[in-house]
Write a protein that binds this ligand. Sequence first.
Ligand code: FAD
Length: 368
Amino acid sequence: MTSTITNHREVVVVGGGQAGLAIGYHLAKQGTDFTILEAAEEPAAAWRERWDSLKLFTSARYDSLPGMEFPGDPDRYPTRDEVADYLTDYAREFNLPVELNSRVRAVRRENDSYVVELDDRAYVARQVVIATGPFQTPFVPRIAENLGDDVVQMHSTGYRSPASVPDGRVLVVGGGNTGFQIAEELSASREVHLAIGSRQTPLPQRILGRDLFWYLDATGLIRKTTASRVGKLMQKREDTLIGSNPRRARRHGIELHGRAVGAGGSTVSFAEGADLDVRGVIWATGFRVDHSWIDVPVFDENGRAVHERGVTTSPGLYFLGQLWQHTRGSALLGWVEDDAAYIAEKVAALRASAATEGAAAAAASTSN
Ligand SMILES: Cc1cc2nc3c(=O)[nH]c(=O)nc-3n(C[C@H](O)[C@H](O)[C@H](O)COP(=O)(O)OP(=O)(O)OC[C@H]3O[C@@H](n4cnc5c(N)ncnc54)[C@H](O)[C@@H]3O)c2cc1C
């Protein structure tokens, strides 16, 4: 460890995206001594790194964090930049202590606290909230390695606009929201193919003039927990395809294929047996979560965090903002506040019991 300075805080939050800010709001209200450590050099980094034309699939009505309404017409679908501005304003409005350029390299348990290590300093805290996001490390299938150098390829995180991709035939791999949206944008200027590995159930963005999330909210489905029968069913059906669907893609002239199963030179082959020569490939193939830097035994054999609504068995260590952490809404702007409030209560309870223990110990030592 190269850290030279050690700081003390009651709570350290790792990650300054919407989840980190939402818990920060509650910690500030409680008067907790805390900091938010954010690896990026600017706020709302995850949103800024997404493609230029991205529009939310949740309307503004469902994009607010606790204590501050998302501005403007509640029925519109905000842009990526509007979300970045909102999160930046949010941190400023509540004076949240976000430290930028602060990547956490390790978290480990020492006595009854955690040591949080950065390149140039460390923090010691009784409680740590991991809010590093549900979509962390871009995942690209191994077949990508077999494509020749003359094919321009990138993960969807590298895609900004059609200018990112060379002229000529392009293949987008991945049948989720991201794959469909990027394919549609590219289809205005070139021949586009879309490989769909596993079909997701398409959901309309609006039904009878109302936003899909209005129904999910009104019926209580968005808050069905992972333990409930309906929640378990919803988790199995990857319902992320909102507003896009194969019919609409075909209308944009996009040719659909099955799973991309092989590649060589400039040719990609598909599960149905077809081959395609391409100039560019965009891998909209998702992300993996990487918690390997957390050296606390709270992971299963697959590296997945074991927790109950974000609370781990290691006292004072929590996760926030994970996909289906508790409900479908756990990793969404408008609902992360439910889990944030819950974790904040747990933090407050542990602080209170630590304070009581401290007072008892002090009383015992003076009476001796
Ligand atoms: C393409 C796309 C579209 C989406 N559209 C919507 C939508 O329309 N509506 C909606 O509600 N949700 C949407 N989401 C889902 C979700 O709201 C976002 O993924 C959101 O960014 C998650 O917020 P977060 O704070 O949990 O994580 P992030 O926004 O990923 O923030 C985590 C932060 O942690 C930092 N970090 C990571 N590791 C470290 C470390 N070791 N040390 C310090 N900092 C670290 C990162 O730099 C990052 O800033 C979308 C997601 C994607 C990928």
